[in-house]
Design a protein around this ligand. Sequence first.
Ligand code: GLU
Length: 277
Amino acid sequence: MIKRIFLSFLLCTVFLLCGCSKKEEQQPDKLSAIKERGHLIVGVKYDTKPFGFIDKDNVLKGYDVDLARALAGKICGNEKNVVFKQVSPSNRISKLNSGEVDILIATMTITPQREEVVRFSKPYYTVGQAIMVPKGSPIETIANLNGKRTIVVLGTTGEKNLRRFAPEARVLGYRTYEQAFQALKEKRAMAFTSDDTILSGFAQDYPEFIILPQRYTKEGYAIAMQKGESTDSLALDINHILEEMTRDGTLVALKHKWVPSESDKQILSKRLKRQIK
Ligand code: GLU
């Protein structure tokens, strides 16, 4: 009897091992597959100015969009060899892991929980958690949000951070940034919390809202890939390209283009004035 149990255990183990290695064998190398196909499929945001958004002429633009084009140029030989697919914070990981997109460049913060299910590149951008309120609001810090209605986008680090720093806040969650900001405009809550970069995209267009000065986290945006051996060479390549882009100034140039600092803005307006004269 013991012999028979041992034998079936042995058979099961062999079967499982074979099954696993077969499954791994079935996963083709992602980088070779992309090169063979000739274009990169990238999940980006369509509602997150200035990283991925549709402008008034219906054109998809932004920092993440430009970064995706630059990557496609390096990997597939031409910046035009890229196909964009819209993702949101709540569906991006499933779109990546189902193979609908090759990579995500979607204002996505590296977190230990996400590292369990996706592979991240090196960070390419650093942001901080901030709070946006209407001008003249009595809210001054995140602690003031306890007991108050506060808007978040579901599935974001903003949602998680709010629950951590203001556990008594009454959380109003939305699926998209458009819906979330609309709710703030309609005064359905006292504040909206998210990455400073994303909130500043709204503040640029709506000066009746301000971003409070304090930052509550330091988060790195990174490119996400599927986990596993199939993305080993893709991850190496992407990290190498990001290092190159840091060295040759491409990432800084993207930052100046899409997330200009106050001094950048002054230089730009002086240049503009000179041109008009
Ligand atoms: N960076 C934050 C995050 O990864 C918010 C932006 C977003 O979700 O796209 O959760």
